[in-house]
Design a protein around this ligand. Structure first.
Ligand code: GLA
Length: 334
């Protein structure tokens, strides 16, 4: 008999600080109660997992080679194989993946799965080491150059608190959330696949702007004058203004200023739409709809954009047609 383990890794909601992690900026996500569970037994020469949510079984070697179990492996098997290859476990695992995180909805189902898998396969190290390990594995497996935010908050979230992450120094500071504020998620109904989205293109554009005017995390709006390409001005303006909004949001939390926090979420939504182009007219209309609901003080798409859930901020007790989310703890092994 191998060693039995059960791992839970949460999803996350990013309160503010979108598309700035890969530019060394500040982000403010929180881990949530929805997430991924991997249970099973460590040992053997293969990783074999059954998914209750997506259906099917996949078996891969420790080097990540997919082994045929049936004529048609489930669609997620190739992703699992890529993750196992990159995580390079020393021994196998046999078990079950289950979870309640919607996929492609901006709640980091992908980092949640990768962190749960890494821990189930026996990763040991600090949450920051785990996050770096998972970030590299996801980039290799998915080919999407995501930043550190998602795996880091999935690994180290804390109940009742958001995590202020400086993605340049990789320093994290917990920020308590006022108990009388409520964050709710309303589904836009649009799902996206980051690998097929313009995520990598946006990152590339931000990097081009950095090459012209230096690290955007240390730049000011005045530096935009040194950019001659209008498209890069827009991308860089989003990053620079978004980092300022994160700082202001933390101050609003400390001052319990709900109205100021709501206005900053609205500002983020406008910037993501008008300067960063990760929204669409239909998604903008959905955000505006949520914003107009009685009691909502601010709303925006959370995560990479292109679809997913709208995050709404209201005073606790306001009833909205969505899911209430609370800040929860990061991943744990039992
Ligand atoms: C995705 C990526 C993150 C981050 C966000 C946008 O969730 O995984 O690294 O870039 O998009 O803020």
């Amino acid at each position: 008999m191998g060693e039995r383990v059960a791992v839970f890794a949460p999803g996350r909601v990013n309160l503010i600080g979108e598309h700035v992690d890969y530019a060394g900026g500040l982000v403010l996500p929180m881990a949530i109660g929805l997430g991924t569970t991997v249970t099973g037994e460590r040992g053997g020469e293969f990783v074999e997992l059954r998914s209750t949510a997506l259906g099917g079984v996949a078996r891969v070697t420790l080097q990540g080679q997919l082994l045929p179990l049936s004529d048609r492996p489930p669609a997620w098997a190739a992703h699992l194989a890529g993750l196992v290859a990159a995580l390079a476990p020393a021994r196998g695992f046999r078990g079950v993946i289950s979870g309640d995180l919607p996929v492609g909805a901006g709640l980091s189902s992908s980092a949640s799965l990768a962190v749960a898998l890494a821990l189930a396969l026996g990763f040991s190290g600090t949450p920051l080491e785990l996050a770096r390990h998972v970030m590299a594995a996801e980039a290799a497996a998915l080919g999407v150059p995501c930043g550190l935010m998602d795996p880091l908050v999935v690994a180290s979230g804390r109940a009742g608190q958001a995590l202020l992450i400086d993605c340049d120094s990789e320093h994290c500071a917990p920020v308590p959330l006022p108990q009388d504020w409520a964050f709710q998620l309303i589904d836009s109904g649009v799902r996206r696949d980051l690998g097929r989205s313009e995520y990598a293109l946006r990152r590339h554009e931000v990097e081009r702007a950095c090459r012209r005017i230096g690290p955007l995390a240390r730049a000011s709006l005045a530096d935009l004058e040194r950019l001659d390409e209008p498209l890069l001005v827009r991308r860089a303006r989003h990053v620079i203004s978004e980092i300022a909004r994160v700082r202001a949001f933390v101050k609003a939390l400390e001052a319990r200023d709900l109205g100021a926090a709501g206005a900053l979420l609205d500002g983020c939504a406008a910037s993501l739409s008008e300067d960063f182009f990760v929204s669409s007219p239909a998604l903008d209309a959905c955000v505006a709809n949520v914003r107009s609901l009685p009691g909502v003080v601010g709303a925006r798409l959370t995560g990479a954009g292109f679809g997913g859930f709208v995050l709404a901020l209201a005073r606790r007790g306001v009833v909205l047609p969505g899911i209430a989310v609370e800040a929860g703890d990061g991943a744990c092994v039992r």
